[in-house]
Write a protein that binds this ligand. Structure first.
Ligand SMILES: NC(=O)c1ccc[n+]([C@@H]2O[C@H](COP(=O)([O-])OP(=O)(O)OC[C@H]3O[C@@H](n4cnc5c(N)ncnc54)[C@H](O)[C@@H]3O)[C@@H](O)[C@H]2O)c1
Length: 307
């Protein structure tokens, strides 16, 4: 197994997707540092891995600051003698429309997702460089960061920022042979449970039943386990040569996202002054208007929330 004996940190691994990543990495032979803010949740995942014959250690610390990132790398080295991969997954939501969003709502989300990803990746990369390890980094984005979503100013900023950092890091880390990619997951977890659109799928999952085909096949939405294989792949040497990529995963679907690039380009001698832009520029922009927002196809009647 390509992850056999490797040592991997997963942040926010006490629940939801992070838990699924930690369990899958352990199934593939990795030793896992299970990070979370909840001691009980992290401990339960460590117990699950240990009782299945794997190796794991809990690291209970809120990611965000540099000290937490350093602590995670140190835990991997102290417990397993090395570090091979990092999955930055920890996250919170503070959803509100723009005028209702406070500075605290904005800062809290940026701190955990964006700063937490920055500090953890920096600490892991420092270790990789100093120890000549061609490590693997997987950062977790969101469809909201790719497309925008109503009520998620803070989260959109953080998740778009994460993908922006991944592009930059792919350039900076290339020479060291370190890969860095983003995964855009969609899955039934505490985070999506409250969204009425997903209710029929989440309820089926909670009853231990398979999700309706519409969710798995049309929407790419399933249990957290569906994303875990893709994350474990990117954290393994199987994925060597793949870097700077953004993969969507969920349900039965795997996606490769494009990076933004111009869809129209035109030159005007002397530049684009107000009047040229109002005239020719205006026409070019209107011919090439881009849509925004996540695409949610209409639910079949039987799957529509009843209230
Ligand atoms: N569920 C989805 O469909 C979906 C879609 C897109 C992106 N994501 C992203 O996937 C990641 C996991 O989401 P989820 O749905 O499993 O969420 P979740 O709320 O079920 O789990 C998040 C975990 O992170 C932990 N956590 C929160 N703040 C932390 C911190 N500062 N340090 C360490 N741990 C912390 C929580 O205690 C929890 O165990 C997040 O980054 C989220 O934005 C999820």
């Amino acid at each position: 197994m390509s992850l056999s004996g490797s040592s991997v940190i997963v942040t926010g691994a006490g629940a939801g997707l992070g838990r699924a990543y930690a369990l899958e990495l352990a199934r593939q032979g990795a030793k896992v540092v299970v990070n979370d803010v909840s001691e009980d949740a992290a401990g339960a995942v460590v117990d699950e891995i240990s009782s299945a014959g794997g190796e794991a250690v809990a690291a209970v610390v809120p990611v965000g600051d540099s000290a937490a990132a350093d602590q995670l790398v140190q835990t991997a080295v102290d417990s397993f003698g090395r570090l091979d991969a990092l999955v930055t997954n920890a996250g919170i939501l503070r959803d509100k429309s723009l005028l209702k969003m406070t500075d605290e709502d904005f800062d809290a989300v940026i701190h955990v997702h964006l700063r937490g990803t920055f500090t953890c990746v920096r600490a892991a990369y420092k270790y990789f460089k100093e120890n000549g390890v061609a490590g693997h980094i997987v950062c977790i984005g969101s469809p909201t960061g790719q497309r925008g979503n109503f009520g998620q100013t803070n989260y959109a900023a953080a998740k778009a920022g994460i993908v922006g950092m991944v592009r930059t890091w792919a350039l900076e880390m290339k020479k060291a042979g370190v890969t860095v990619n983003a995964v855009i997951p969609v899955a039934a977890t505490a985070m999506t449970k409250t969204v009425p659109y997903f209710r029929a799928a989440v309820e089926a999952d909670e009853r231990g039943e398979p999700m309706p085909d519409f969710f798995r096949k049309d929407l790419g939405f399933g249990p957290a386990d569906d994303v875990a294989g893709v994350v474990a792949f990117l954290a393994s040497s199987e994925a060597d040569g793949i870097t700077g990529q953004v993969l969507g995963a969920g349900g039965d679907r795997l996606q490769v996202w494009s990076h933004p690039q111009p869809v129209a380009e035109e030159y005007h001698d002397g530049g684009w002054d107000f009047s040229t832009t109002s005239d020719r520029g205006n026409a070019i922009v209107k011919e090439n208007l881009q849509d925004v927002g996540e695409k949610f196809p209409e639910l079949p009647d039987e799957l529509k929330p009843k209230d």
